[in-house]
Ligand binder design. Structure first.
Ligand code: FE2
Length: 374
């Protein structure tokens, strides 16, 4: 079966208008140390804090921001808190994919009426800087979507948070916005979640990859890319496929103990400068063999960049009929082989680097083998 690209406009009115990713919240074992990593290595800037000093007795959260990407790192102060249970089960992992909406109450009503399981009923949060309305629904695994309406809020982040600064300074690394967030779901569950995003959230399936696109000698996976109407929010969904050995999605499901966010792709307008800086600060990336670059320009055609720095940094290139893209994947950013980051620069291409899947997955399998999980 070939890759299927579907570009048919939805005939329905958009019952769930989305304005983009609002923030991504990770539940972690030690938010103080995680915040230092996201600041010093990835270049996110300290923004806001909530914890005992702000009247929150059970949780601590640090908010960091780089351009349009806002992350929240939350840890439980006591073992009996559900956030501690989440981290015990999944390790440090994404809990909340928050989406900015013009009307959070409507977003909750429309999605729950279509079958979404409520995570949080609409609630208005207020402080001296205005009001913020939030609501939420559950998605795959233990992850949730929070709907955030903040047009009447002018504070740092949200009511309950205070501004947070550090004396330590680490500049940004050129990351601009979230390009897409990928979920790994269990065997045979991809179509369930595709249906969820179609029916409950009004998304469209814009690309499909099956195991003839994404397989190596050893393992395979299948993927469908779901996008909302304006394309601001994209969630590719992976499920494992039968292969000779354990696939990367199976390894994730085993160590994450269930479904969850596999990677977050963040866009840059200068991938060479961004990756050079991230490497200098200690972020580790997957390495493809240098043979990848031998016939690169024959495969992808002319590109603006010199091949030499791409080869030195291990940056991958792929072309579709609208342009090309450059991308690179980090190794997992925790000890469990679960969440990783993708750095992506789009030069017209709207796809996801299908031409790189084979080289990339072989690089992932070399790492899996080193872990004894292939
Ligand atoms: Fe990706």
């Amino acid at each position: 079966m070939e890759t299927i690209r579907q570009a048919v406009a939805s005939p329905r009115a958009d019952f769930l208008p989305l304005e983009g990713t609002d923030h991504i919240e990770f539940f972690v074992g030690n938010a103080k140390q995680a915040a230092h990593f996201y600041h010093s290595v990835l270049g996110f800037q300290p923004l806001a804090y909530a914890g005992p000093e702000t009247g929150r007795r059970d949780l601590v959260s640090y908010v960091l921001r780089q351009q349009k990407i806002t992350i929240v790192l939350t840890t439980a102060l006591r073992s009996s808190h559900p956030v501690a249970d989440f981290v015990h089960r999944h390790g440090d992992s994404v809990h909340t994919l928050a989406i900015r909406v013009p009307d959070a109450a409507s977003a909750w009503r429309e999605t729950t009426a279509r079958g979404a399981v409520s995570f949080r009923e609409p609630e208005t949060l207020q402080d001296e800087f205005g009001t913020c309305v939030i609501s939420g629904i559950r998605t795959f695994g233990d992850a949730v979507h929070l709907f955030v309406e903040r047009k009447d809020y002018h504070g740092t982040f949200m009511p309950g948070f205070r501004p947070w600064q550090t004396r330590f300074e680490a500049p940004e690394t050129g990351l601009l916005h979230v390009d897409h967030c990928v979920g790994n779901v269990g065997w045979g569950r991809m179509d369930h979640w595709v249906h969820f995003y179609q029916e409950v959230m009004g998304f469209r399936n814009i690309l499909t990859f099956d195991d003839s696109d994404i397989s190596t000698e050893y393992s395979a996976l299948m993927s469908k890319v779901m996008s909302n109407g304006n394309g601001y929010v994209k969630f590719p969904i992976n499920e494992p496929a039968e292969g000779r050995r354990k696939s990367q999605v199976e390894e994730y499901l085993e160590f994450h103990d269930g479904e969850g966010v596999q990677h977050i792709a963040m866009a840059t307008s200068d991938i060479v400068a961004t990756v050079m800086e991230l490497k200098r600060r200690g972020l580790e990336f997957l390495q493809v063999p240098t043979s990848y670059y031998v016939d690169l320009l024959d495969r992808v055609g002319p590109i603006d960049e010199d091949v030499t720095p791409l080869k030195e940094l291990g940056i991958l290139v792929d072309r579709d009929d609208e342009g090309y893209l450059l991308q690179l994947f980090s190794k997992p950013v925790e000890d469990r082989p679960t969440l990783f980051f993708e750095i992506i620069q789009r030069k017209g291409a709207k796809s996801f680097g299908k031409g790189n899947f084979k080289a990339l997955f072989e690089a992932i399998e070399r790492e899996q083998e080193l872990r004894g999980n292939l």
